[in-house]
Design a binder for this molecule. Structure first.
Ligand SMILES: Cc1ncc(C[n+]2csc(CCOP(=O)(O)OP(=O)(O)O)c2C)c(N)n1
Ligand SMILES: [Mg+2]
Length: 428
């Protein structure tokens, strides 16, 4: 007798039918998120290998969590980067400035001044502490959530806002989605909306740097969801084979729009463990601990600069806001998930550390917040002089035909002329 397809009784054997596992987040709207089964090692216990250690000699770091700041705000253990108070205050200030900038630009979108914005609330340490541990001219290949790199490098807020407003001051001529900056002078590669393209680009740049005998290294960032892209894996292969001087950052903020990290593989292993299969050094760090992020990056940069090859760092953090201004996380995640995140807030934690050192206090913090709010407000007023969305101060329309071909082909010239004629006829 021929067995029916799908019956599970093929050739007389009584096999149970196959089934797929479809990941499901633990908590949904209406549930109370409970983090009690999340494994969080105490601060200071992770070993710190020498920078020239073989990648296969410290696998456990890919499954653990490097933490420097303990629950009281003390810096403990071998990963403590022992930064000066001035440096700590500079990191704190850049994180706070990024938060104020985000808040103002988010509101600008709600006021109709721009079409789109993305915050990095709760993840500020990942971009900012890492940038402080790199050289100013190391090349960064970010995703759309590392505006903190530009702010840490002291880039002009007005220039960033001009891009967000797509106004006549926008160096990119309104050709990129708001927040997709490109700043060669800050060694900040053009952001692409196509997830993870920056990974192989970073490896290619790092390989070119090495083959030219340069000393600059590359660092790139992507979200945990983006590790599911093929580009992530080909970048890892190339970097491992040629020991490219590159740092791979995976920002595990638990969510990829409305898909939880399980859809990118988090139920089975850590993202740092992806490094093991490629023979790359892999670290998992507390992404809300600016000192842990700094220390991991400093260590990875030393590996890269001494030709020991790439390092992959998973930053364990939480996306405290919606994905973008187009998203409403209340539709898909539990209400207390963000506030109860057990690793706290990166700004509050560094502030607490500085207070404990006797190098900061609440009054100074409040004064700094005030100063930053004034700075961002003044910058926004300056940028708005160049125009906001839909207020006529946009780039000349013909610029949309420029910048692709060195010499514009005849058919584009014709189309451009037709557009200008039609606008004239319509009195625009
Ligand atoms: C190749 C590609 N696929 C899908 C998208 C749509 N998309 C934009 S952001 C996003 C989620 C990415 O999540 P994650 O990598 O975790 O980064 P996060 O937003 O959390 O920082 C998706 C699916 C895209 N932009 N490009
Ligand atoms: Mg994510």
């Amino acid at each position: 007798m021929t067995a029916e397809v799908g019956s599970g009784a093929r050739e007389g054997r009584n096999l149970s039918p196959l089934e797929l596992h479809v990941p499901e987040p633990k908590f949904r709207p209406g549930d109370t998120a409970d983090y009690s089964d999340l494994f969080i090692p105490v601060a200071g216990v992770a070993v710190r290998p020498e920078a020239d250690a073989r990648p296969d000699s410290f696998h456990e770091l890919a499954y653990s969590l490097v933490r420097v700041l303990d629950d009281d705000g003390q810096a403990v253990g071998p990963w403590n980067p022992k930064l000066s108070p001035d440096r700590l205050r500079a990191i704190l200030r850049a994180m706070a400035l990024t938060r104020v900038f985000d808040e103002r630009m988010f509101r600008a979108q709600r006021q109709g001044k721009t079409s789109f914005y993305m915050k990095c609330l709760g993840e500020e340490a990942v971009a900012i502490a890492a940038t402080f541990a790199l050289e100013k001219d190391d090349m960064c290949f970010p995703s759309y959530r590392q505006q903190g790199i530009l702010i840490a490098r002291g880039w002009s807020l007005v220039d960033m806002m001009n891009q967000i407003y797509s106004n006549k001051g926008d160096r990119l001529q309104g050709k990129q989605l708001p927040i997709m900056y490109s700043v060669r002078d800050a060694s900040f590669f053009s952001i692409s909306g196509n997830l993870t393209t920056q990974y192989p680009q970073a490896v290619g740049w790092a390989m070119a740097s090495a083959s030219r005998g340069d000393t600059r290294i590359a660092a790139t960032w992507c979200g945990e969801g983006s590790t599911a892209e093929g580009d992530f894996h080909s970048a890892c292969t190339f970097a491992s084979v040629y020991r490219a001087p590159v740092i791979f950052n995976i920002v595990n903020n638990q969510w990829a729009i409305s898909s939880f990290s399980g859809f990118a593989g988090a139920e089975s292993t850590t993202f740092a463990a992806r490094a093991i299969g490629y023979g790359i050094a892999g670290l998992r760090v507390d992404g809300n601990d600016a000192l842990a992020v700094y220390a991991a990056t400093e260590w990875a940069a030393e590996r890269a600069r001494t030709n020991q090859g790439p390092t992959l760092i998973e930053h364990f953090t939480y996306r405290a806001e919606g994905h973008s201004t187009s998203d409403d996380p209340g539709q898909y995640r539990s209400a207390n998930e963000s506030a109860d995140w057990p690793l706290g807030d990166p700004i509050a934690r560094l502030k607490q550390h500085l207070i404990l050192l006797g190098e900061w206090d609440d009054a100074r913090h409040a004064a700094m917040d005030l100063e930053l709010a004034e700075l961002v407000k003044a910058s926004a007023k300056e940028a708005e002089k160049n125009g906001i969305l839909g207020h006529g101060l946009n780039q000349p329309f013909e610029t949309m035909f420029e910048g692709v071909f060195e010499d514009m082909p005849w058919h584009l010239k014709e189309q451009c002329q037709q557009m200008l004629d039609e606008q004239k006829a319509a009195g625009l």
